[in-house]
Design a protein around this ligand. Structure first.
Ligand code: ATP
Ligand code: FE2
Length: 326
């Protein structure tokens, strides 16, 4: 079976074509880059509307297929920004209707986990899903993907991006801070907010901005933010692994590309005799391939959707999805 997946929960519209053995035949995307400030949902949706058709053609070209060869259309049904979700859902419905093939709405967070299981050797991992909008520790238990811990305020990537933006750096700030952090020399004091299994980042953002105004160097700030934020994430991930007696940890989301985060989680995993898995970078960030692959899995698990069931859900929870394919 061949599926096409359309991702569009936030700033990225992505198209992926994947076969039944999780071979990624195409994975193309385009990201809105706001000139100033954060992303505006309506502007991002307009961007997605403009880009989605050319990206469908590009994906088919790269995969070397005809659109008629497709067996399934999958799209990101939520969680995400309403206008963006509605735009890609409309595109997905039009494509499925014109090709007369089934359509499935996919939970974006579940897709981050499924693509990791598809392309790495991880079988039943604890997922540390760290992106701009989301920060969750997820694992499979009793027929669902359960959220074991999450951010109580903003996503870790959002914190990195906002800090960078306030300091005059372009979007996305995460990768720039990673480079600056390599030259950091001093560990500055920042709030370490772990509450049970949850984390919080807005206090760290405020504190880091205050230190910047007091003259701390960007290198030291970037270094300290990474050390403290990633230690918090590593701690809650380890606690989930200990509770579940689980020996696999999978990273997902854009922040999973960060070398220092990978290093810290790998160290934790090795210390407990566990293994860490990281998908290739273009499958960590928001992408269409993960949506296509999860759609295929759902279809295999007997999930079918009528058009009326393809309404988007901005607050689609990870644990709302009955996981019938495992
Ligand atoms: P979601 O919709 O799942 O919340 P997202 O819209 O934030 O995702 P992603 O592409 O998964 O999109 O992640 C983007 C985030 O990843 C940005 O916050 C960016 O700063 C961060 N990021 C990317 N590379 C790095 C890196 N090397 N180090 C730290 N952060 C990074
Ligand atoms: Fe994501």
């Amino acid at each position: 079976m061949l599926a096409i997946g359309i991702e569009g929960t936030a700033h990225t519209v992505g198209l992926g074509i994947v076969d039944g053995a999780c071979h990624v035949l195409a994975n193309v995307y385009d990201m809105v880059k706001p000139e100033k400030g954060g992303i505006h949902p309506r502007e991002a949706a307009n961007h997605h509307a403009e880009m989605v058709v050319p990206l469908i053609r590009k994906a088919a070209d790269i995969a070397g297929i005809d659109l008629q060869d497709l067996d399934l259309v999958a799209f990101s049904q939520g969680p995400g920004l309403g206008p963006c979700l509605r735009t890609v859902a409309t595109a997905a419905r039009a494509l499925a209707l014109s090709l007369d093939i089934p359509i499935l709405g996919v939970n974006h967070c579940v897709a981050h986990l499924e693509i990791g299981r598809g392309v790495t050797e991880a079988k039943d991992p604890v997922l540390l899903y760290v992106s701009g909008g989301n920060t969750q520790v997820i694992a499979f238990a009793r027929g669902r993907y359960r959220v074991f811990g999450e951010t109580l305020d903003i996503g870790v990537g959002n914190m990195l991006d906002k800090f960078a933006r306030e300091c005059g750096l372009p979007f996305p700030g995460g990768p720039i801070l990673e480079k600056l952090a390599r030259d950091g020399k001093r560990l500055l004091s920042l709030p370490y907010s772990v509450k049970g299994m949850d984390v919080a980042f807005s206090g760290m953002l405020t504190a880091a901005l205050a230190l910047q105004k007091q003259g701390a160097t960007m290198e030291d700030l970037a270094f300290s933010i990474q050390e403290v934020a990633f230690a918090m994430l590593t701690e809650v991930t380890e606690r989930a692994m200990a509770h579940l007696d689980n020996e696999e940890v999978l990273l997902g989301g854009g922040v999973a590309r960060n070398g220092r985060l990978q290093e810290m989680v790998a160290r934790m995993a090795t210390d407990r005799g566990a293994r860490m898995f990281v998908p290739p970078g273009d499958l960590c960030i928001d992408n269409g391939a993960m949506i296509a692959w999860t759609g295929l899995q759902m279809h295999r698990g007997g999930v079918r959707m009528k058009l009326a069931e393809t309404l988007v859900d901005q607050r689609y929870r990870t644990d709302e999805v009955p996981v019938t394919w495992r």
